[in-house]
Design a protein around this ligand. Structure first.
Ligand SMILES: [Zn+2]
Ligand SMILES: [Zn+2]
Length: 333
């Protein structure tokens, strides 16, 4: 089968013909219906992910149809539509037992220790497999593990209450545009922040207010008490994000565009305003199931900037870096 393979650290990727996977104990083989490109792929290609084995198939976001079921797999059958979490937990440790499998010591990452999903078929461990409810589009389902499920968990960790106000930075990005929708689906009022006047028109159909510009805290504070910020950018927006929060505010930090850059936090600011800073990256099974449900109900609508084939993967990454695009880039093998 055809696959996008990373051959070694900082060696980039190549399109290769590799052997079709066969399911072992506790595994299934899926036909990949859609995978999704992600900024994390670029960080992986730059060598920021020390656990990667080589060669490894790239890609960690997938929806597919089960083609073959291995031994000791219960509850999943050929023909089932499924997604996979970003990692396979062991399913047996103290964290897994209480549904916090994101913290499993023995978890293995797809596109890290395990082959990923930019291929015609993929091998998935049953511990990471989640059934997709009928009537859910492939485009909606593929966004759950790394985008909408992750955002759902972020807002759960921030203890978002109905009627609170959520501000989203980088709102036109692949994560941001869906953050607006997840927050709205959970009953929040949403403020979108973007640097692009052009994109503000599109954003106004997803948000109650749109602010254009790099200095947004003063305007946000005039609009409403901001209770939660989802920062999908990083150090360029963090200071304004923090300043825009009302007392008791929570900031969910997802973006980190300048990984080498720091931020000089004045503790008094946090302490006197009861601010919580929540570093956030992953999702668990229950978060993914909740996001799938919201997607099936039409409360989250996938925003897709484009879809490429395996042979067009270069074009896909060009689209990912193109600041004029709104939404996620998908791969259809
Ligand atoms: Zn991703
Ligand atoms: Zn575990």
């Amino acid at each position: 089968m055809k696959a996008v393979v990373v051959t070694g650290k900082k060696e980039g990727y190549k399109i290769r013909d590799i052997e079709d996977p066969r399911p072992g104990k506790g595994e299934v083989v899926i036909r990949v219906d859609r995978a999704a490109l992600c900024y994390r792929d670029l960080l992986q290609l730059e060598g920021y992910y020390p656990r990667m084995k080589y060669p490894v198939v790239l890609g960690h976001e997938v929806v597919g149809t089960i083609e073959e079921v291995g031994e000791d797999v219960e509850g999943f059958n050929e023909g089932d539509k499924v997604i996979s979490m970003l990692y396979a937990p062991d399913g047996t440790c103290s964290y897994c037992k209480v549904g916090e499998e994101a913290y499993c010591h023995a978890r293995l990452g797809y596109s890290e220790e395990l082959n990923g999903f930019f291929a015609e078929k993929a091998l998935i461990k049953v511990t990471s497999l989640i059934k997709v409810p009928k009537g859910t589009s492939d485009e909606g389902a593929v966004l759950v593990p790394c985008v909408t499920g992750m955002l759902y968990r972020g807002l759960m960790r921030a203890k978002l209450r109905e009627g609170e106000t959520v501000l989203v930075t980088g709102a036109s990005g692949g994560v941001g545009i869906h953050a607006l929708q997840v927050a709205k689906a959970l009953g929040a009022k949403v403020i979108a922040v973007t640097t692009s006047e052009e994109k503000s028109k599109t954003l106004s159909s997803f948000a109650d207010h749109v602010i254009v510009g790099r200095k947004f805290a003063d305007e946000a504070k005039k609009l409403d008490d901001v209770n939660v910020v989802i920062d999908t950018v990083g150090t360029p927006t963090f200071d304004e994000a923090l300043k825009s929060l009302w007392m008791g505010g929570r900031i969910v930090q997802i973006g980190n565009v300048n990984p080498a850059e720091g931020y000089n936090l004045k503790l008094g600011y946090m302490i006197l305003k009861d601010i919580e800073i929540i570093g956030h990256a992953s999702a668990t099974r229950k978060d993914d199931e909740a996001a799938l449900k919201l997607t099936a109900e039409g409360k989250i609508k996938p925003v897709i900037a484009g879809t490429v084939s395996i042979d067009e993967i270069d074009k896909g990454y060009e689209m990912l870096k193109d600041k004029n695009k709104i939404g996620k880039i998908l791969l259809k093998p």
